[in-house]
Design a protein. Structure first.
Length: 305
């Protein structure tokens, strides 16, 4: 097999570009799903020379540890104005990443996301260094060379994320709105658990379920129809394919906040216990999400027929 040289561990910034967005990049609302943003954030950090596919670069950083990888602990993306997701079409997207805080076993990645040359969103991801077999991964120390890449300044997005998550109850209220969920095989990644970007998709799907349900509480529907401005996620345990779950939602104490919990209902065959898989918040506002046909006509112009 081909051997790799020691990766360049001096690089602390990188960027990932996506060609001009078109209809295939949009969802049923003719809007950009936040799942794409989270995947582009992942792409930006994975292209760092000391990361790379399968974390082969990370495994070669001294001390060499081929099973070394990173697991997402928490993350957030927030737009700079409410129309970012509905105005995505016809723009090239650049996601810039840099290293933020570095702890004993954790690394923060910070992001700036641009449509062409205009910054439209920011984000943060805190990841835990782990090693071992998939399903049996344990925290592992951050290599010293990577510790040297840490930012000297605290990140505003990470502070906001932590404060917001700390304000959210650890468990959903008994009267929470419930959306059934079964984890799909296609949700899993190489670590044999649901990819980090799956949880934001569950959040957004549940938001759409509320909008479509005329029996949902009126106040909850009024919030759900608003434009999505930010998604914040804390990951509690690994989710596996065929896990039977519920997405539970309630209004936050502050206006424009939807609290969300994803809960596994029964033990799975890999030993995953019933309980919380992930929780977080969707921040909404800026008016109702426009009808997809209104957005389409805005882009192409009215029909001449």
């Amino acid at each position: 097999p081909r051997t790799m040289a020691q990766p360049d561990v001096s690089i602390r910034e990188f960027e990932y570009k996506v060609p001009v967005l078109n209809q295939q990049d949009l969802d049923r609302n003719f809007a950009l799903p936040t799942t794409h943003l989270f995947k582009w954030m992942q792409a930006a950090r994975m292209d760092l020379p000391w990361m790379q596919r399968g974390y082969r670069g990370l495994g070669l950083v001294e001390p060499v540890m081929p099973s070394r990888r990173l697991l997402v602990a928490s993350q957030m993306v927030r737009t700079l104005h409410p129309d970012v997701l509905t105005d995505a079409c016809d723009h090239e997207v650049t996601t810039k990443v840099e290293i933020g805080d570095v702890g004993k076993t954790s690394i923060e990645f910070r992001y700036k996301i641009f449509y062409d040359t205009t910054m439209v969103a920011t984000g943060t991801t805190t990841m835990v260094v782990a090693a071992g077999e998939p399903g049996k991964l344990k925290p592992s120390p951050v290599p010293e060379a990577i510790k040297n890449l840490a930012s000297s300044e605290p990140g505003a997005d990470k502070i906001f994320l932590m404060e917001s998550l700390n304000s959210q109850p650890k468990e959903a209220p008994k009267d929470a709105y419930v959306v059934p969920l079964v984890i799909r095989w296609s949700d899993e990644d190489v670590n044999k658990h649901a990819n980090h970007s799956a949880i934001p998709r569950y959040f957004e799907d549940a938001k759409e379920s509320i909008i479509a349900d005329p029996t949902a509480p009126a106040a909850l529907r009024e919030a759900a129809v608003q434009k999505l401005c930010a998604v914040l996620v804390n990951y509690a345990s690994e989710a596996r394919a065929q896990d039977k779950c519920e997405v539970r939602l309630s209004l936050g104490e502050k206006p424009g906040v939807l609290n969300v919990w994803v809960v596994r209902l029964a033990e799975n065959k890999w030993g995953g216990k019933p309980g919380l898989i992930g929780r977080g918040q969707m921040l909404v506002g800026g008016g109702p999400m426009p009808d997809s046909e209104v957005t389409r006509i805005k882009l192409v112009g009215p029909s001449k027929l």
